[in-house]
Design a protein around this ligand. Structure first.
Ligand code: KG4
Ligand code: ZN
Length: 334
């Protein structure tokens, strides 16, 4: 059984093939980072045009021999959440190709795929578990009961953590995406040279708020005329400390409230090394385990779409028509 996975929710065109016997066979990501970098963030119109001009050749290149594509049993594509134009490119392409091959499509929720991406690793959790989903648009704590059954425990009431990383990076004249940039430069920063707020850290609920922290860091940066390397590194360090402390503290609160010590952390921000280090330390207190994906599965990729497609295909959760389905605000919880 073999599934082709297509990911186009934002600015990465991801194509992968997952086989239930051989595992992940192909995983290609075409990143548009260099294009969007010039604008300091993603331009949705450009993102969809780029998907359109790349998707066909990417798929054609992975099926070098004409008959290879005939071994595909279904096409899984990201139907949401994401940018509507980008989603439409993947959905239209996938539905048309599936129609021509007379195989079904499977619609995938991008955030569910992030959550399950850890299952492709050798070390993976059993259900139920807690999940911190941290990406460019989402910061959520979710209770994963079983495959397909999720409850929301808390989320950001304003900006997502990834969004805050991206904005601070931009204000420090660093590149997009901001997460890896902040992380890189913060290694040279002096710990506690500056201290920024840790919003909602004292509150016992599981919600987050990052817009105040973002504004306070930006105001601080704007007071400085010359942004030299050391200043940038010290600010990046202080910001990274605040945001990771809040994320870790809320995970700890969730562990206590739900009395469960298996924690999955996924989405782009889960690649952050400081966050990983702090979570590993925290979980020791609860004799628990924290599970991460390898870095290339943290950010957007086709592998997690093909893998989730495989799980849904086995449960016969396939589409019975070739309608183009996109749900830009699709949530995984009730
Ligand atoms: O999951 P993802 O690739 O796309 C969305 O679904 O949004 O996440 C992208 C986000 C960006 O905001 C990026 O800055 C952040 O993940 N990110 C990181 C790191 N790598 C990517 N944030 C902090 N540290 C990193 N190492
Ligand atoms: Zn994502």
């Amino acid at each position: 059984m073999r599934i082709l996975g297509i990911e186009t929710s934002c600015d990465e065109t991801g194509i992968a093939v997952y086989d239930d016997y051989y595992g992940l066979m192909i995983n290609k990501v075409f990143s548009q980072v260099d294009i969007h970098n010039k604008f300091g963030g993603i331009i949705p119109e450009i993102a969809s045009r780029e998907h359109l001009s790349n998707i066909f050749s990417l798929v054609k290149n992975i099926f070098k021999k004409k008959n290879d594509i005939k071994n595909i049993n279904a096409i899984a594509y990201t139907a949401g959440p994401g940018l509507v134009g980008s989603l439409l490119v993947g959905a239209t392409f996938s539905s048309s190709l599936a129609y021509s091959l007379n195989i079904p499509t499977i619609i995938i929720n991008h955030m569910e795929a992030h959550l399950l991406s850890v299952m492709m690793e050798n070390r993976c959790p059993i259900f139920p578990f807690l999940t911190l989903l941290v990406s460019g648009k989402h910061t959520e704590i979710i209770y994963a009961h079983s495959f397909g059954k999720y409850s929301l425990l808390g989320k950001s009431i304003d900006d997502a953590a990834g969004e805050a990383f991206d904005k601070i990076s931009k204000n420090l004249n660093l590149n997009y995406p901001g997460g890896p940039e902040i992380s890189k430069i913060s290694k040279f920063g002096v710990l506690n040279k500056y201290v920024f707020p840790k919003p909602m850290i004292q509150q016992k609920n599981l919600n987050f708020s990052f817009s105040g922290l973002k504004t306070s860091v930006i105001n601080f940066i704007n007071k400085k005329k010359n942004l030299n390397f050391q200043f940038k590194a010290d600010v990046a360090k202080a910001f990274e400390q605040s945001i990771t402390d809040v994320l870790v503290s809320k995970c700890e609160t969730a562990i206590k409230i739900k009395n469960i010590n298996r924690l999955v952390v996924s989405g782009g921000v889960s690649a952050n090394k400081e966050l990983r280090r702090k979570l590993q330390n925290m979980i020791k207190k609860y004799q628990g385990e924290v599970f991460f994906s390898r870095p290339e599965f943290c950010t957007d990729n086709g592998a997690m779409i093909a893998y989730t497609g495989m799980l849904k295909f086995k449960l016969n959760q396939i589409e019975n028509d070739y309608d183009i389905k996109v749900f830009p605000k699709w949530k995984i919880y009730e």
